[in-house]
Design a protein around this ligand. Structure first.
Ligand code: SF4
Length: 185
C-alpha cells in the first residue's frame, strides 16, 4: 500500500512516518508548502525534512513547488480565515499529486499539531478526497506529540519558530515593548 504524506517540516514528519511504516505503508513525503516565508526558511525546513526522510529511507518530492503568487491569491480571498484557505491550498495539491503519482492514499503531518485547527484540517482532507479516487487516511497523530520532539532531538534537525506565513511570523515575534519605541531603528 502506498501513501503520500503531505509534510510541512522535518520534526512534524517523524512520528507520522514511523506510524505509517508500522502499518506497512510505502511512504512518499510531499513537501508542498508555499506558505513558508521567506525562501531561506523554506529551504531550511526542506533540508530538515530531507534528513528525516533519509533516516527512515522514504522518498521525498515537492521541493521547488513554491508558487507564492498562487498561495497569496488563494489566501487573500479569505484573509480572515486564512488558515482554512492555506490548509485547502496545500491539501488539494497533495490529492492532485497523489493522483499524478498513482498513489491511492494520502494524509498530512498537520494532524500532529496541537497549534493547528485539527478538525478543520480533517474536514478539508475529507472533502478534498471526495470523488478524487485518493483515500484519506486519518489518524490523530497528536498522541505522538511528545515522542516527535524526542525523535527530533535525537536527529538534531532544524526546529522552526513559527507556523510559516508572514502573519504567523509577526504573531510569534511581535514584542509589545517595541511599539512606538525609538530604539527599533
Ligand atoms: S498561520 Fe500557518 S496555517 Fe495559518 S495561514 Fe499562516 S502558514 Fe498557513
Amino acid at each position: 500500500m502506498r501513501i503520500l504524506l503531505h509534510a510541512c517540516c522535518g520534526p512534524c514528519a517523524t512520528y507520522p512516518i514511523e506510524q505509517l511504516l508500522l502499518k506497512k505503508y510505502e511512504v512518499t513525503c510531499y513537501f508542498f508548502n508555499p506558505n513558508i516565508h521567506g525562501y531561506q526558511e523554506y529551504v531550511k525546513r526542506y533540508e530538515a525534512l530531507k534528513a528525516v526522510c533519509d533516516n527512515y529511507n522514504v522518498k521525498l518530492s515537492g521541493f521547488g513547488e513554491y508558487n507564492l503568487f498562487e498561495w497569496f491569491s488563494s489566501v487573500l480571498k479569505n484573509i480572515d480565515d486564512r488558515c482554512l484557505s492555506c490548509y485547502t491550498h496545500r491539501i488539494e495539491a497533495t490529492v492532485k499529486k497523489a493522483g499524478e503519482l498513482n498513489i491511492s492514499n494520502f494524509t498530512t503531518t498537520l494532524l500532529i499539531s496541537h497549534k493547528q485547527d485539527h478538525e478543520k484540517i480533517r474536514a478539508v482532507c475529507e472533502s478534498s478526497s471526495e470523488n478524487s479516487g485518493v483515500r484519506f487516511f486519518y489518524e490523530d497523530f497528536r498522541k505522538g506529540w511528545k515522542e516527535h520532539w524526542l525523535i527530533t532531538g535525537k536527529l538534531n534537525i532544524y526546529k522552526q519558530q513559527y507556523c510559516g506565513c508572514l502573519f504567523s511570523e509577526k504573531e510569534r515575534f511581535e514584542k509589545k515593548s517595541c511599539h512606538g519605541s525609538a530604539d527599533i531603528l
